[in-house]
Write a protein that binds this ligand. Sequence first.
Ligand code: SF4
Ligand code: SF4
Length: 341
Amino acid sequence: MMYILEKKNVDQTLSEWSAKYEVYTPQKVEAYSQFLPFTESSELALNEPLNTRYPPKSLFLPQSEVMLKYNKRLNKFDEIKILPEKRIIFGIRPCDASAITLLDTVFDTDEYQDPYWTERRENTILVGLGCSEPPSTCFCTTVGYGPFNQDGLDALMTELDDVYVVEILSDKGQKLFSNFPASSKDQEQSVLNIQLKAKDLMEPAFETENLKQTLDQLFESDYWSEIAESCLGCGICTFLCPTCFCFDIVDEVQRNERIRNWDTCMFRIYSQEASGHNPRPTRAERTRQRLMHKYSYWLDHIDKIGCTGCGRCVRHCPVGLDIRAMLRAASNFEREVVNVG
Ligand code: SF4
Ligand code: SF4
């Protein structure tokens, strides 16, 4: 079933939903866009070709969050609220919704459920916006996803002239859009054409067949120091990545709080042991960890690549390091050095 949301009615719709939900949408913030709570004065950024700078994983795994508070005087824990409201994330791109489903396999498993993650997931409806004209830095089709991929979404919108055509993908999505007008057969055909065209526009960014084996084989090689030569170790590529999830837990004694903060394997101190030994002493080992995690260890974990091709690390690396070029170089390095040697 598909429904129509007219572009001229988007603000009013979001405003009506805001009475029952906390609604997040991409909004303009200086040169970038960011998911922020919708208000009457919000400047929506649904037409931005580029994705938000911060991935919406931050709405499920905040950059910094209080996990517990304790009262030293009374020797007891104070209650904390994880998230009171039901939420809608409106306009999430398919790569970011797919990334959230990847993170479900970390934070919500049979053996272990992270209550902070699961409660937010339970209370959130994801309304996606497909990418009719994927930017050149995106490569979702190369890694097994796509500009209209449906993983994790409750509804998916396709832009068509002055309307969004909404495909319903779950009961939550059905409930949200059931009072909207239905789309016509012509509109549905146009949606199909737009979706196929967008996918066709995307060229393969690198070879994924045998990539895991290639990287595994290069583990002890000089490939890593070559590709990491200009890396600054700033961590931006991981902080902005929708599938990176490392965190550090600290007790802020003066605030009586235990806090979880994003962390990154690109920092030297991340793997430093109490003895002073560091198993990843240079940026070569840290870059190896980043790429191996996404393109080898995730495959061991769930047989999927742990990168959804959102392109953020490509766009925001301050020295222009491009993960696609790094992965192309892996295959070339293996052919030229490992196989020949
Ligand atoms: S964003 Fe670029 S410079 Fe910074 S850690 Fe990542 S690869 Fe290195
Ligand atoms: S590795 Fe880069 S392209 Fe892949 S999901 Fe992370 S930020 Fe996006």
